[in-house]
Ligand binder design. Structure first.
Ligand SMILES: N[C@@H](CCC(=O)N[C@@H](CS)C(=O)NCC(=O)O)C(=O)O
Length: 216
């Protein structure tokens, strides 16, 4: 197979990059990574060298460019067959919750930016933020109770859904979200994951700080 390169933003702040990177790690694909520091004078020009959307992540496979986390998930699914749950109903549910994350939870995403190395940050929890937290808690409970019996992940085995929600787990951990026992248990599994730990170690040692994402 031609080599894969994943172009990502720096690890402390780039939640969409984390989603693609974690999935590639979990399906066992080997890849080179190119890390671009976000929010620097040269960021836009550097990102545009690698892909047409002006955003990361971008996956390069030979001459092919695949951009946007969900498109990368589908491409990796075609390469490996491993990304989505095996059972059709579970697969539909996994795709639905990934789409809901990809297109939604804008309040959570703006009020609680991902800041992987930050701990014990606290902000006012507004009603719309509370609604996003409750909805995610409900989704995790639903997946775990309907499809999670075979293992610790949302669909038992690791799937795209876990990679998609990993940045949410980091946010809940950073800002102290109040969630159900099932959600706390699920968050513990995500936080113990070896691949995520590798990302967090790298984030800890990055030199860049983005003031707008240092909240709470
Ligand atoms: N819908 C895109 C969102 C990508 C995105 O917003 N990426 C951010 C980093 S997390 C980015 O490229 N920011 C750089 C910039 O806008 O200059 C996806 O799912 O991949």
């Amino acid at each position: 197979m031609e080599p894969l390169t994943l172009v990502i933003g720096n690890k402390n702040y780039s939640s969409w990059s984390l989603r693609a990177w974690l999935l590639l790690k979990h399906v066992g694909l080997s890849f080179e990574e190119v890390v671009i520091a976000l929010d620097q004078p040269e960021t836009r020009e550097r990102i545009e060298r690698y892909g047409p959307s002006g955003h990361v992540p971008v996956l390069h496979h030979g001459a092919l460019r695949v951009w946007d986390s969900l498109a990368i998930y589908e491409y990796v699914a075609e390469l490996t067959g491993k990304v989505w749950p095996q059972e059709r109903g579970a697969r539909a549910l996994a795709r639905s919750i990934c789409a809901e994350m990809h297109s939604g939870f804008t309040t959570l995403r703006s009020l609680w930016p991902m800041n992987a190395r930050a701990r014990n940050r606290r902000t006012a929890v507004t009603t719309p933020l509370e609604a996003d937290i409750e909805r995610i808690d409900e989704l995790w409970n639903d997946c775990r109770s309907r499809c999670g019996a075979a293992g610790p992940w949302l669909f038992g085995d690791y799937s795209a859904a876990d990679a998609m929600y990993a940045p949410v787990v980091l946010r809940f951990n950073t800002y102290g979200a109040r969630v159900s026992q099932t959600a706390r248990w699920y968050m513990a599994s995500v936080l113990e994951d070896g691949a995520l730990q590798e990302w967090l170690q790298a984030a800890k040692h990055e030199p860049w700080t983005i003031a707008a994402d240092e909240v709470g």
